[in-house]
Design a protein around this ligand. Structure first.
Ligand code: ADP
Length: 630
């Protein structure tokens, strides 16, 4: 995946003098946060919530800013009557002022709670929408996409990256805004009460903030790197967890744990580097800010002692400065969070920007309603998989299969039989040449319409977690229970359903682990029968089935073929003999075609493959027609 580094964050810039980073027409800070701009469309639907959150934010900031003023009034007007004695203190007036303070606190509490609720709501909502959008988009990608990006990596982006964004939108932004508003308010009030201090304060803020911006750039790059490492670890885990039986039978648990551990440790190391940088930033900001605070308090105390100002004004000023200081500290923290979120957004946008090379045509043509099967044509098709452009898998393959025919594809392993199925479903586009259904080029059809006309029974039936009935209805969730059960009966599923604890409502478990190979096959066949598509693609299961269950599966397949065009990747002689025509592929070309008897008589490649099946000794297991080395 082409990762385009954000402009302005060129990774190879030598240690130039730091201020140079601030040069250029657009402020580099803004450019580094640019990926976040992609989140705006996701915020747009929630204008009302954002307005409410802003309102609560301003309310809370107002209440916070009112507190120092109230305290000054309290100190100067109540506790420190000039020249007064304790007896002169008007207790009733003090009581009123404390009530006022309490009122401000109540307002602060309520506004803060409301803001927290609203902002978190927005963060959760936006992340939920974003996750959904990315997932839905990824589902439409062609297999090519998943050849370069592992599923574990996609999952990691869906979970960890969205969490980072949620954290930023749901809390950092609100903390940042609150701090910014508070800082602006405190500065304004300071300007009103103690104007000569403002210049100094601003100078300090600049001195503290500039380095923060510079360190921030490093934080973002490290954030992205650490998310990448987490994704690497997830990719490994995803692959391995899907193949646990193999891992365990080869006793690779420790080796796999170690492989994951290396990736995991790398993620840790990157996270630690990121955190180290941020920790530096934090120390710098706190020391800078508190140093300044103490220094100005020291000056203030001197002023009170010399009678240049009152204790109340000093208290108020000190509180404002404390507010400004803590706001700066929070802003530095928020800056780090935003940079992290920016890195995460970038990673998610890469997924969202991926355009599948297989897409609907702008003006799709409609397929005529098929009575019994469809005609399938391969017209001089050349094809190489995108991941291996140098290896021609199909070289001028020409096929013509009439509607309603049953055709067996045979040929040595690697001849291109599975590739024919992939191209028919348009998972890839042919390089040169043309593939057509009923005379219409596949590329002129809507993908959904094309695939609605094809039912596939793969070699390894895929079962999803859920009930048995759900699995049969996969692809036609609107089918009535009666139709689904009829399809199940046709595929001899009902034979074993009776023995399941809850019949059709039995949970079959993730990937159907609670079913036998033959049972899974029959479910896949029932699913294809229920789909009732005019073109049936069968990839025969080779060795997963014992003789008895193979016979049942064969019988189920026979029923599925009735009234359809069927293409079978045949591994068994029984299937081959029943086909109207046998097409023999070798090295991506059609080398022979005819019936079993015709082809045997020709003593070509087919005759040799068939002989091997009848007399498998000496040629490995000799399984099926595909067992021979190419
Ligand atoms: P068959 O089904 O006849 O055994 P395939 O159609 O599966 O043959 O494979 C034909 C050739 O294409 C093989 O050389 C195989 O290595 C290659 N191939 C299959 N799938 C891919 C893929 N996704 N990417 C690259 N090469 C592939």
């Amino acid at each position: 995946m082409a990762s385009s580094p954000a402009p302005g964050s060129s990774p190879d810039v030598p240690p130039a003098p730091p201020p140079a980073a601030a040069d250029g027409d657009a402020p580099p800070a803004a450019r580094r946060l640019q990926p976040l701009r992609h989140l705006l469309p996701y915020l747009k639907p929630y204008k009302l919530q954002i307005a409410l959150a802003t309102l609560f934010l301003l309310g809370a900031a107002g209440a916070t800013l009112a507190l120092p003023a109230a305290i000054r009034v309290l100190v100067d007007g109540g506790l420190m009557l000039p020249g007064g004695t304790p007896q002169d203190i008007r207790l009733d007036a003090i009581g009123d002022r404390f009530l006022l303070l309490f009122a401000a606190s109540v307002a602060l509490g309520l506004f803060t709670a409301a803001r927290f609720y609203m902002v978190t709501w927005i963060g959760e909502r936006v992340t939920t929408d974003l996750r959904q959008a990315v997932y839905a988009h990824v589902l439409t990608q062609s297999p090519q996409f998943f050849e370069t990006l592992k599923t574990g990596e996609v999952l990691s982006r869906l979970t960890t990256d969205t969490t980072v964004i949620q954290n930023a939108v749901g809390s950092s932004v609100s903390m940042g805004l609150r701090s910014a508003v508070m800082m602006a308010g405190a500065l304004a009030l300071l300007l009103a009460t103690n104007p000569q201090l403002v210049i100094t304060v601003l100078a300090v803020v600049v001195v503290v903030v500039l380095p923060a911006l510079i360190i921030g750039r490093r934080v973002r790059k490290l954030s992205r790197a650490s998310q990448d490492r987490i994704a690497d670890a997830s990719a490994i885990a995803g692959e391995v967890l899907n193949a646990i039986p193999v891992v365990q039978s080869f006793v690779q648990e420790r080796a796999e744990a170690q492989r994951f551990g290396e990736s995991n440790e790398q993620a840790f190391a990157t996270a630690v580097r990121r955190t180290g940088t941020r920790a530096m930033l934090t120390a710098f900001v706190i020391i800078g800010v508190f140093g300044f605070l103490l220094w100005s308090l020291y000056g203030g105390v001197q002023a009170v002692v010399e009678g240049r100002t009152t204790a109340g004004t000093l208290s108020q000023t000190a509180l404002y400065i404390a507010l400004i200081a803590s706001s700066v500290a929070v802003l530095a923290e928020v800056w780090g969070d935003l940079l992290r979120a920016s890195g995460a957004t970038e990673r998610l946008m890469e997924l969202l920007d991926a355009r599948s090379p297989i897409a609907d045509p702008p003006q799709p043509r409609a397929l005529p309603a098929a009575a019994s099967g469809m005609r399938v044509t391969f017209d001089e098709v050349h094809f190489a998989y995108p991941s291996r452009p140098g290896q021609q898998v199909l070289r001028g393959l020409a096929l013509d299969i009439d509607a309603g025919q049953t055709v067996a594809l045979v040929g040595p392993s690697g001849a291109g039989k599975t590739t024919v199925f992939q191209l028919l479903q348009r998972f890839y586009d042919a390089g040169r040449g043309r593939i057509a259904l009923d005379g219409i080029d596949l590329r002129e059809l809507r993908l959904a319409e094309l695939r609605a006309r094809i039912a596939v029974v793969p070699q390894e039936a895929v079962i999803f977690s859920g009930t048995l009935l759900d699995n049969i209805r996969y692809g036609r969730s609107d089918a009535s229970e009666a139709d689904a059960k009829a399809a199940a009966a046709a595929a001899f599923v009902d034979e074993f359903v009776a023995r399941l604890p809850e019949g059709y409502a039995t949970q079959v478990g993730e990937r159907g682990v609670r079913l036998s190979g033959g049972q899974r096959q029959r479910i896949a066949i029932a699913r294809a029968i229920l789909k009732n598509a005019p073109l049936l693609l069968l990839d025969e299961a080779t060795s997963a089935l014992d003789a008895a269950s193979e016979r049942v599966v064969q019988a189920a397949l026979e029923r599925a073929m009735v009234g359809r065009t069927t293409i079978v990747i045949a591994h068994r002689l029984a299937t081959v003999q029943r086909a109207d025509r046998i097409l023999v592929l070798d090295h991506g070309q059609l080398v022979e075609a005819g019936t079993h008897a015709e082809l045997v008589a020709r003593s070509g490649l087919y005759a040799r493959l068939a002989a091997m099946q009848f007399n498998p000794e000496g040629v490995g297991a000799g399984i099926g027609m595909g067992g021979m080395p190419a």
